[in-house]
Ligand binder design. Structure first.
Ligand SMILES: Cc1ncc(COP(=O)(O)O)c(C=O)c1O
Length: 365
């Protein structure tokens, strides 16, 4: 660090750790920037359980406005937003329909059963994306032997589905069909911000078709904590009660809401950089023998690919990547996931792309 030479970010990483760290495990790994930390330090706060924290209130208002809904409520996590939506839309003994690979079904400990007494019916989408034809005929008859089908949940973008975006027309058709059949609708929009930026279709257009929407501030937007549930004012009033029941009443929550507010105001449009970086990684994978993008299409910031079973396993490949400072997640015996985000810039992506190809050349001999 001697003299007047200022180290670039990459040189800094090399000096600091000797190997560049490129953490592509998830878009949840981002650390708050200096500007975000300043916003957090300056946040006005108050007791949001007894009354209203002013920073939380501003975050809720902006979220509701962007989603075109009457109200929104700040939540500690996306899981809590989803689970409270399920609880409010359904009664114990009801069933909701969701896609086989959905987060709500797979990665929330079946909280819908544990906490709310609900059953789930899963339907396998095409590359994890649903359309209305797959749903017709799936509503149970009104019969005392059966659970009642009450709700349909969609996920956009779809995490397990490699960040793919539902066709807008499919969302409209599914939600119209749900309404005609007296089903309620919930969108797990943890990464709806990515879908909006990638398609140019505004958040409120996507959201208008659903009775409730959860969004996350701590994924692509880069806030340290937080999610929100949006819907009509009556639903969000009930959600406040349910949040307290689930242990999610937060006192001077403006401290974390300030990070989320900063993220919402500053980090939405730059998601296109993450998407461009994902395309660069995708291209490196497409052109490397022994690797296969699954699916081949990359819509946003998530990439799934398989390593050839004849050559190595996902676990071993992830280990080899980690030795070069590239962190990835093994999602199955041969399946690996990479996620781009605001803490990996273009030069880190170029490095990761090179490492992926070089490791494959080594294992192929
Ligand atoms: C699609 C989706 N929904 C919900 C969640 C849950 O969010 P949290 O980890 O904040 O509970 C995640 C987390 O990765 C997600 O990817």
């Amino acid at each position: 660090m001697a003299g007047s030479h200022h180290l670039t970010q990459n040189e800094y990483y090399l000096v600091d750790t000797e190997v560049m760290i490129v953490d592509l495990r998830s878009d949840t790994v981002t650390k708050p920037s200096a500007a975000m930390r300043q916003a957090i330090a300056r946040a006005e706060v108050d007791d949001d359980v007894i009354d209203v924290d002013p920073t939380v209130a501003r975050l809720q208002e902006l979220t509701a406005e962007l989603l075109g809904k009457e109200a929104a409520i700040f939540m500690p996590s996306g899981s809590m937003s989803n689970q409270i939506a399920l609880r409010l839309h359904c009664q114990p003994g009801d069933e909701f329909i969701c896609e086989t690979g959905s987060h709500i079904y797979n990665y929330e400990q079946a909280a819908f059963a544990q906490l709310s007494g609900l059953a789930a019916k899963t339907i396998q989408g095409v590359e994890h994306l649903l359309n209305v034809d797959q749903l017709v005929g799936q509503i149970r008859a009104d019969d005392e032997h059966l659970v009642r089908t009450r709700l349909i949940c969609l996920e956009n973008t779809h995490n397990r589905g490699a960040g793919r975006i539902h066709r807008y027309e499919d969302i409209v058709d599914i939600c119209n069909w749900a309404r005609e059949n007296q089903l309620r609708t919930h969108l797990d929009g943890a990464r709806l911000f990515n879908a909006a930026v990638a398609t140019g279709i505004p958040l409120s257009d996507w959201a208008q078709h659903f009775d409730s929407i959860s969004v996350c501030f701590s994924k692509g937007l880069g806030a340290p904590v937080g999610s929100a549930l949006a819907g009509d004012a009556a639903l969000i009033q009930q959600a406040r009660r349910a949040r307290k029941l689930f242990g999610g009443g937060m006192r001077q929550a403006g401290v974390i809401a300030a990070g989320a507010l900063f993220a919402l105001e500053n980090n939405r449009h730059r998601l296109s950089e993450d998407h461009a970086n994902a395309q660069m990684l995708a291209e490196a994978i497409r052109t490397t023998d022994g690797l296969k993008l699954t699916p081949d299409q990359v819509d946003t910031n998530i990439i799934m690919f398989e390593v050839d079973v004849e050559l190595t396993t996902a676990e071993r490949f992830v280990e080899l990547l980690a030795q070069q400072g590239v962190r990835a997640t093994a999602f199955g015996p041969q399946l690996i996931r990479l996620v781009t985000h605001l803490d990996v810039d273009r030069s880190k992506i170029e490095y990761a792309a090179r490492v992926i190809s070089e490791i494959m050349e080594q294992v192929a001999v």
